[in-house]
Design a protein around this ligand. Structure first.
Ligand code: ARG
Length: 304
């Protein structure tokens, strides 16, 4: 614990955005988003960003983000964190950290370019009343991009290999008192767990098996029965179908083949396609643009 340091404490540096930030009680159960005012591809920290510098169109990004926001807002609350100039990836709030019950862990970015976001997200969590758990200085962790709560099993699936460190899962297990399962990502195009793995309500799991090493594929199969697995093919995976947000039995995602659509419907879900091509240029889609906040202290959030 000696190496653990809380990253909070200084006054907020965010410019206050012109929207009402809900008080802490209102943010419970909400989805956190950050408007794409300063979004763009300004550097390369994942393979999707290669050859995309300066190529995202701001007006199209805004309308795609707004479309996702309004679709999600039809089924529950949205909370906002202020966007900040010079931080083009802050729009990907999945990487703010991980919040469960009344505690939050703030990301410790592997990607140097994103480190200035840490304090801003930390300030936001603090302002909402979350207790910030100390995190070891030398363990990279990129939040809910690499840590997905499986509500049906009350476990946390943790990805590592590209961005978050392999040790992150054991720290999360200690902090949140929940079993964690570490999964090793092996394909650089699927550099965060949420790009290829999506636990859904009712114990369903939509995922792209080839993104994981064989031990991790086995671990997944040992926990999730075959009849609950919705494995997607490469084409859907590359369209970030697994980077999906579930709300009210609907699955919001960038794209979906007819085959995947049929399988989701068979499982009792309604797929809702919401194109996010501008954000794909930065390596993100629906799930990356959101962070699910816990429903209330001491209560596990149920998806939807
Ligand atoms: N350009 C961002 C990065 O590489 C995209 C983040 C996508 N977020 C996610 N949760 N997968 O960090």
């Amino acid at each position: 614990m000696d190496a653990d340091v809380a990253v909070c404490g200084d006054p907020p540096r965010a410019r206050v955005r012109d929207v009402a930030v809900p008080p802490s009680a209102a943010s419970r159960g909400a989805i956190l988003m950050c408007a794409p005012d300063y979004f763009g591809v300004d550097y390369i920290i994942n393979p999707w960003m290669e050859n995309q510098i300066g190529r995202a169109t701001p007006s199209r990004a805004l309308s795609q983000w707004e479309n996702l926001r309004s679709k999600l807002a039809a089924h529950g609350d949205i909370a906002f964190v202020a966007p900040t100039p010079g931080l083009p990836d802050m729009v990907f709030t999945a990487n703010a950290g991980l919040a469960i019950d009344d505690k939050a862990v703030v990301s410790r970015f592997h990607a140097r370019e994103r480190r200035p976001e840490e304090r801003l997200f930390c300030d936001w969590f603090e302002a909402q009343g979350f207790a910030i758990a100390p995190w070891p200085e030398n363990v990279p962790f990129e939040g809910a991009g690499d840590a997905l709560v499986d509500h049906a099993r009350d476990i946390v699936w943790c990805g590592h290999g590209w961005r978050s460190g392999a040790e992150a899962s054991k720290h999360l297990e200690r902090i949140f008192s929940r079993r964690t399962i570490a999964l090793k990502l092996v394909d650089p195009r699927f550099y965060h767990l949420d790009t290829c793995f999506c636990p859904l309500s009712g114990g369903w799991l939509m995922y792209y098996p080839a993104a994981f090493d064989s031990a991790s594929q086995e671990a997944i199969r040992a926990i999730v029965p075959a009849e609950k697995q919705i494995d997607v093919g490469e084409k859907d995976a590359l369209a970030f179908a697994c980077n999906a947000v579930e709300r009210a039995r609907r699955i919001f995602l960038n794209a979906c083949s007819d085959d995947l659509r049929a399988r989701l419907i068979d499982a009792g879900f309604t797929p809702v396609v919401t194109p996010l091509s501008e954000f794909m240029k930065a390596g993100g889609a629906a799930k990356c643009l959101t962070l699910r906040l816990p429903a209330a202290a001491g209560k596990v959030t149920q998806p939807g």
